[in-house]
Design a protein around this ligand. Structure first.
Ligand SMILES: [Zn+2]
Length: 227
């Protein structure tokens, strides 16, 4: 069984707790710096309890909002770290970002699920790939090809053939986070493991590295939300 949960880190906290909210979402509260492995272990050891709590048919109210986003006026979507409201319009044939709003042609709304995906993938190509080139030059690494991919589990990866692949969902994150993921993957071409040398190189390009890692841990699941 798959359990989704959010982690809230706090510097003042000493212990790890798991709570199930009224909407049945699972929240892990953890001291800042708690490793992902430790959180995974806790979730694993409470799996049955959590399963019961989140699937109980009476005690817990159904979620207030149906899961997932909807292609309707007023819904909001992320792009480069900002949230934009949707406005469905009758003119035009393509999505446009104008005056802080996503204008969505009404003839596209029956394509819920793919219409924004294509838009995001296109923006990811335009925005992320030139940054890969930029940081590769700064780090003095050679990569074979940089691509935008569709992994559900990773933000980026480097293949043995030195292809760097980045998850298109990253385009929803702030540029500072995208830069971190790019540098992280390119640094693997110099140092395959997460050694102190590895983190030293990443930090030389991304001084805010720790903040970026934290951001992804806390907000990563937001990037998965889709229409
Ligand atoms: Zn890595």
């Amino acid at each position: 069984m798959q359990l989704d949960y959010n982690v809230v880190y706090s510097p003042n906290r000493k212990t790890l707790t798991i709570t199930v909210e009224r909407d049945r979402s699972i929240v892990v509260k953890a001291p800042t710096g708690t490793s992902q492995e430790k959180i995974d272990r806790i979730i694993e050891s409470h799996k049955l309890w959590l399963y019961e709590k989140t699937h109980h048919s009476q005690k817990y109210l159904p979620p207030l909002h149906p899961p997932g986003k909807e292609l309707v006026n007023g819904e909001s979507l992320l792009y480069l770290g900002r949230s934009y409201r949707l406005e469905i319009i009758d003119i035009s044939n393509e999505i446009a970002l104008v005056n802080d709003r996503f204008l969505v042609p009404s003839n596209l709304i029956n394509r819920q699920g793919t219409v924004f995906r294509d838009w995001y993938i296109q923006r990811a190509k335009e925005t992320i790939l030139p940054r890969v080139q930029y940081y590769a030059e700064r780090l003095d690494v050679l990569f074979n090809e940089a691509k935008i991919g569709d992994s559900k589990y990773r933000w980026g990866s480097c293949t043995p053939k030195n292809n760097a692949i980045f998850n298109w969902r990253l385009i929803k994150a702030p540029m500072s986070i995208i830069n971190y993921v790019i540098v992280h993957e390119l640094t693997h071409l110099l140092e395959p493991n997460h050694t102190p040398r590895f983190w030293g190189i990443v930090k030389s390009q991304i001084p805010q590295m720790d903040k970026a890692k934290q951001w992804l841990r806390v907000n990563g699941s937001l990037l998965d939300e889709m229409l």
